[in-house]
Design a protein around this ligand. Structure first.
Ligand SMILES: Nc1ncnc2c1ncn2[C@@H]1O[C@H](COP(=O)(O)OP(=O)(O)O)[C@@H](O)[C@H]1O
Ligand SMILES: [Mg+2]
Length: 338
């Protein structure tokens, strides 16, 4: 059953200066109870904006101008203030950002737990200490971090603390917004493993936002790909590498290296995502797509069923649009030694 369901969500930024930006357009997405979904796309595609909308944490200048969001069967689109806080206490999700700056530098880790757990009303001091220890243990940390300041911890440890803080609220849904981006690749993989095993053990639903399709394809059940504010592909994670049908998904697959290799090839996608303050006719990806035809420039493709997946590409069924074997480095490819 869907724990979270978004239907036809539109989000516009109305900055004080400059034109409005259509950051999210007609997005429908559901996350089942206990499901772990990856949300991927390049920077600026609208992933964070969507994550904030799904957890009702969107703030001006962003405005939801269309669509509904349902949580656990309740329409939460128009909830504000106390009604929203009540639902959050009952498990409505929240966004966990990169832990690099989520922690207050002048407060010890134990104080952070005190702040977050103060609201739960229940526990006496001793009980609270026990809970902190158990939460830290779940994320692979020792209770000695409670007495330390954020700067005394490594990036990976800070991220683990941030995860433990979120877990203390017992959410039923967590949106992880690029939680490992600032970490080096091996620590990234370790933190991702921890999140995955916690998710399996605790059973919360999760949306993992990342620009790294390779990293999340290995950790999640389902992958949703966003481009220029729209969902372009939605499919089971295990079929992404072999069966992705959208040219953008396949371009993203060419963009990651094996974290265990000592030399990682970075293959960028030529060109850049479009300016979201202007809406051109046709497919937003056409200017960067090797398969674009006349029709792609005229008509925006709808997200439609293709086999087991959802894909918005006019050419999704064509054999020439199928994944190919190693296509060789794209122009501008770089090799970085790690
Ligand atoms: N505070 C803001 N004011 C105006 N535009 C914004 C703001 N935040 C984000 N945007 C625009 O919304 C679009 C989506 O941003 P975002 O959701 O942060 O993308 P992502 O998380 O995929 O990198 C971008 O084009 C960005 O320029
Ligand atoms: Mg973002």
């Amino acid at each position: 059953m869907a724990l979270l369901e978004a239907r036809g969500v539109d989000i516009v930024y109305r900055p004080p200066l400059g034109p409005p930006i259509l950051a999210v357009r007609d997005v429908s997405l559901s996350v089942d109870t206990g499901e772990f979904v990856g949300l991927v796309g390049e920077s600026g595609c609208g992933k964070s904006t969507l994550g904030y909308a799904l957890t009702r944490m969107l703030r001006p200048p962003a405005h939801q101008t269309g669509g509904r969001v349902m949580f656990d069967g309740h329409d939460v689109t128009d909830l504000r203030g106390e009604a929203l806080r009540r639902l959050r206490r009952r498990g409505l999700g929240l966004v966990l950002q990169s832990g690099m700056n989520a922690l207050n530098p002048v407060r010890q880790i134990g104080k952070h737990f005190g702040d977050v757990m103060a609201g739960d009303g229940s526990s006496r001091r001793g009980e609270r200490q026990d809970r902190m220890r158990s939460l830290l243990e779940q994320v692979g940390l020792d209770a000695s971090v409670l007495a330390r300041y954020p700067h005394e911890l490594s990036g990976g440890m800070r991220q683990r603390v941030a995860i433990a803080l979120v877990l203390s609220l017992e959410p039923r849904l967590i949106v992880f917004d690029e939680p490992t981006t600032a970490l080096d690749v091996l620590v990234q993989a370790a933190v991702m493993d921890t999140i995955r095993s916690l998710q399996r053990a605790t059973g919360f639903s999760a949306l993992m936002i990342s620009h790294d399709l390779g990293l999340v394809a290995n950790a999640t059940d389902r992958i949703v790909v966003m481009y220029a504010g729209r969902i372009v592909e939605d499919r089971a994670a295990r079929t992404v590498v072999t069966e992705a049908r959208h040219p953008y998904t396949r371009a993203l697959l060419g963009c990651y290296g094996d974290p265990r290799a000592d030399s990682v090839e970075l293959r960028g996608i030529p060109g850049a995502p479009p300016d979201l303050s202007r809406q051109a006719a046709g497919c937003a990806y056409a200017p960067r797509c090797g398969l674009a035809q006349e029709r792609c420039w005229q008509e925006e493709p709808a997200l439609r069923r293709v086999g087991e997946a959802w894909v918005s590409c006019h050419r999704a069924e064509e054999p020439e649009a199928a994944p190919t074997a190693e296509a060789g480095p794209a122009p501008g490819a770089a090799t970085v030694r790690g």
